[in-house]
Ligand binder design. Structure first.
Ligand code: AMP
Ligand code: MG
Length: 349
C-alpha cells in the first residue's frame, strides 16, 4: 500500500493506493473558501491551513478502518508548488517514513497530473504498449502543458503557455465578469446558456506550427469589449460573453491538440488538471480524438484538481526504472522539472 501526500498549493490531501485494488482511501481538504476573499491563493495562509488540516486528517486516517493497514511506501509531492506548502507535505512524509521505517519518494506534481487520466484503468488494462506513445494536455490554474510521453514513460514538453495558464485566463476573465475566484467553473455555468459565436475573442497564434499557448491577449480583449458596453448591455448579453470567452480558450487548446495529434502515431491522448473539469473542453477533445482514431483518456473529475491519489499512483507507475536512490539524499533537481518532468527519490530504499 502506498500512502500519497499532496500539499503543493491549496489542497491538503492524503490517499492510499493499492497496486491491485487501486485507490482504497482518500482524504482532501480544500482551502478555496479561505483564499477566495483575496482573489487568489495567499502562500502564507496556505501554509498555515496545511498545518491546521493535515494532522486531523492523518488522525482520521489512522483511527478509521485503515488503522491497521500496512504502508510499504510513502509518495509525497516534491514540486513544483509553493515552497512553504511543499515543505509541510515533505516534512510529514519524511517523518512518517522514519517512524514507520518505510521508503519515502518525491513525486513531481505535474507528473502526477500527467498520469491521472490512466487512474481509472485496472492494473490488467494498464497495457503500456497500447497507451504509449501518448500526447497529453495538462491544463490547470498554474500550468498549461502539451506533452509527449514516450514508450519509456519519459515526458517531454511540446508546448507551454507563454503567459497566463488556461485556468488563470478563465479565472481572470470570470473576475472581469464579476465572478469570484476561482471563476472557471462558474463561468462555465453561464457559458452553457450562451452563444459561443456571439463575440469574437482572439485565439493567439495564427501559425499551426506554433507550439506554445498564449492567453493574456484574450483577457485584455474581454476587458476592452466590456469597456465598450453599458452595464445593461453586459447584463443582457452576459451568457453570450461567457460562452464566447470560454470558447476562445477551448478552441485554442483543442486546435493545438488536433494539430500535434496528427503529427505522430500516438496511441492515446490524455486530459488532466483542474480545467479538465470543463465539459466543453472534454467534449471538444473527445471529438478531436474520434476524428483521429486515438483513444481518449480524461482524468475523472475528482482527480482533476490537486489530490494525493494521483501522487501515489504516479509513484506506483514509476516504480520500475525511474526512481533513483541517491544515498538517502533529497535529490530532485527543480531545474529539470518542466522540461523532462523527472521523478527522483529521496530517503532510504
Ligand atoms: P488546479 O490548478 O488543478 O487546482 O485547477 C484549478 C483551475 O481549474 C482553476 O483555474 C479553475 O477555474 C479551473 N476549473 C475548475 N473547474 C473548471 C471548469 N468546470 N471549467 C473551467 N475551468 C475550471
Ligand atoms: Mg495542480
Amino acid at each position: 500500500m502506498i500512502l500519497g501526500i499532496e500539499s503543493s498549493c491549496d489542497e491538503s490531501a492524503i490517499a492510499l493506493y493499492h497496486p491491485l485494488h487501486g485507490v482504497v482511501g482518500e482524504w482532501v481538504h480544500s482551502q478555496i473558501q479561505q483564499h477566495s476573499q483575496y482573489g487568489g491563493v495567499v502562500p502564507d495562509l496556505a501554509v498555515r491551513q496545511h498545518l491546521e488540516n493535515f494532522f486531523p486528517m492523518l488522525d482520521l486516517f489512522r483511527s478509521g478502518s485503515f488503522s491497521s493497514c500496512e504502508i510499504s511506501e510513502i509518495a509525497v509531492t516534491c514540486g513544483p508548488g509553493l515552497i512553504g506548502c511543499l515543505g509541510v507535505g515533505l516534512s510529514i512524509g519524511k517523518t512518517l517514513g522514519e517512524l514507520w521505517r518505510v521508503p519515502v519518494y518525491g513525486v513531481n506534481h505535474l507528473r502526477g497530473h500527467a498520469f491521472s487520466p490512466f487512474m481509472k484503468l485496472s492494473s490488467s488494462d494498464l497495457n503500456w504498449d497500447q497507451l504509449l506513445p501518448h500526447l497529453g494536455l495538462l491544463v490547470s490554474g498554474g500550468n498549461t502543458l502539451l506533452f509527449e510521453m514516450n514508450r519509456r514513460k519519459e515526458i517531454q514538453v511540446i508546448g507551454r503557455t507563454m503567459d497566463d495558464a488556461a485556468g488563470e485566463a478563465l479565472d481572470k476573465g470570470a473576475k472581469l465578469l464579476g465572478i469570484p475566484y476561482p471563476g472557471g467553473a462558474e463561468l462555465e455555468k453561464f457559458a452553457i446558456q450562451g452563444d459561443s459565436t456571439a463575440f469574437k475573442f482572439p485565439r493567439a497564434f495564427k501559425s499551426k506550427e506554433e507550439k506554445d499557448f498564449s492567453f493574456s491577449g484574450l483577457k485584455t480583449s474581454l476587458l476592452y469589449q466590456l469597456q465598450k458596453m453599458s452595464s445593461e448591455e453586459i447584463q443582457g448579453r452576459y451568457c453570450d460573453l461567457c460562452a464566447s470567452y470560454q470558447e476562445a480558450a477551448v478552441d485554442q487548446l483543442s486546435k493545438k491538440c488536433r494539430h500535434f495529434l496528427s503529427k505522430k502515431p500516438y496511441r492515446s491522448f490524455g486530459l488532466s488538471g483542474g480545467v479538465a473539469n470543463n465539459q466543453a473542453l472534454r467534449d471538444r477533445l473527445q471529438g478531436v480524438c474520434s476524428d483521429q482514431a486515438v483513444s481518449f483518456y480524461k482524468a475523472e473529475k475528482k482527480y482533476t484538481g490537486d489530490n494525493a491519489a494521483m501522487i501515489a499512483f504516479a509513484a506506483f507507475l514509476d516504480r520500475d526504472g525511474l526512481w533513483s536512490n541517491e544515498n538517502g539524499q533529497l535529490s530532485f533537481n527543480p531545474s529539470l522539472m518542466l522540461d523532462s518532468l523527472p521523478i527522483r527519490s529521496y530517503g532510504k530504499e
